[in-house]
Design a protein around this ligand. Structure first.
Ligand code: NDP
Ligand code: PYC
Length: 340
């Protein structure tokens, strides 16, 4: 049986849960916004299901619920640096966003490096925050060693998400956001809980054999999407959003955390680009040309990434967010429990 809540009600309920668990308003509010947005957009692997992991990570002392991110004064020009101070990445992103937008407008492109953060969320909320300012955007972060490099059989790379957005005047932005593993780890965990098998090609067991058993997959290694191609992109993310910004790679994050049952701390890199600045002096309006490309894609019967999400969003805003009885009960339980 399902029941509904408005997006605002859900956001307030999640904020209360995190406040009761001892988080400050900055952390609790930012997390509640991305979790409620995940449910609103039909992204179950990064919605309510993530509350439990946040609370466990908090209780284990692996993330600071009282952290106040700071904008590093030393980073000038096109580089914006935010120190999350051991808290979650989302409030750090919110703090750095206005400066990132300002610098991207000033220079044509700018990058925000977030250090010392825990990122458990989907990346598209950050991408949409930038496309709303008319900027194209890329975001990426490591996670913890859970994915075998193509040709290998042991966890080393993270599920390393990569997200991109292109602003569309008068329409929802073009946004894709995916793990560089075949699926996000959250998808495997959700199938484990539901007693379902995994599709072929998602994972190998601890002996390196293909498996459709979620338990064996979680104990073994996940596989990269597109074989060597996903493996190389995941490695690029380790380099740019780990090594380059002076933060942890996925194997280092796992070593620091000591378990795959909590959310890892590492860094994140977000790039913002001004299409007008790059297209200046060249023929054609970049936004009109992009629309022609999207129309051609759709003319073949294909859909654009995020269209499913936008449809779910429209439904949730009109009818409320549909929650299962289990999800509703979990919300109540978390609200009663706090951190104890
Ligand atoms: P999916 O494979 O479910 O979806 C990836 C993207 O592809 C979405 O933008 C989706 O749009 C789009 N898409 C799916 N099917 C089609 C289609 N037929 N045609 C066009 N576009 C399509 O994502 P993942 O399981 O790989 O990742 C889920 C989430 O997990 C992401 O939000 C990611 O950021 C997050 N994640 C976060 C991590 C972290 O460390 N913070 C680590 C790993 C993942 P639509 O949504 O509209 O279906
Ligand atoms: O689903 O792979 C995942 C994930 C890792 C960290 C946040 N989400």
């Amino acid at each position: 049986m399902t029941s509904t809540m408005t997006v605002d009600e859900l956001e307030r309920a999640v904020t209360r849960i995190f406040r009761r668990a001892g988080m400050n308003e900055i952390q609790a509010g930012a997390l509640a916004r991305v979790i409620a947005a995940g449910e609103r957009d039909g992204c179950k692997s990064h919605g309510i299901y993530r509350i439990e992991g946040v609370l466990r990570t908090l209780k284990a002392g692996k993330v600071r619920g009282d952290a106040e991110p700071t904008l590093e004064p030393g980073a000038a020009g096109a580089i914006v640096r935010v120190n999350a101070r051991g808290g979650f990445s989302n409030p750090a992103f919110e703090l750095g966003l206005p400066t990132l937008v300002e610098r991207a407008r000033e220079h044509g492109l700018a990058a925000m490096a977030i250090n010392d953060c825990t990122h458990f969320a989907a990346l598209w909320p950050e991408i949409e925050a930038l496309t709303a300012h008319g900027l194209a955007a890329l975001a990426m972060c490591p996670s913890y060693a859970a994915v075998a490099p193509a040709g290998g059989a042991k966890p080393l790379l993270g599920t390393n998400p990569l997200a991109f957005g292109w602003p569309r005047p008068g329409a929802d932005p073009y946004v894709f956001d995916f793990a560089t593993s075949v699926a996000a780890r959250g998808e495997i965990e959700l199938r484990r809980r539901a007693g379902q098998r995994l599709p072929e090609g998602w994972a190998i067991d601890a002996e390196g054999n293909p498996t459709d058993d979620p338990e064996a997959a979680l104990a073994g290694a996940m596989l990269t999407f597109g074989g060597h191609k996903g493996s190389a992109i995941a490695t690029m993310i380790e380099l740019l959003a780990g090594v380059m910004i002076g933060d942890l790679t996925s194997p280092e994050a796992l070593e620091a955390l000591g378990t795959t049952t909590l959310a890892p701390a590492h860094g994140e890199l977000i790039l913002a680009l001004s299409p007008e600045a790059f297209a200046a002096g060249r023929p054609g309006d970049p936004f009109a040309r992009a629309e022609a490309l999207f129309a051609a894609i759709k003319a073949q019967g294909a859909r654009l990434p995020s269209e499913r999400r936008y449809a779910a969003r429209a439904r949730a805003l009109a009818e409320g967010v549909a929650l299962s009885a289990d999800e509703r009960a979990a919300l109540g339980r978390f609200e009663e429990l706090g951190l104890d």
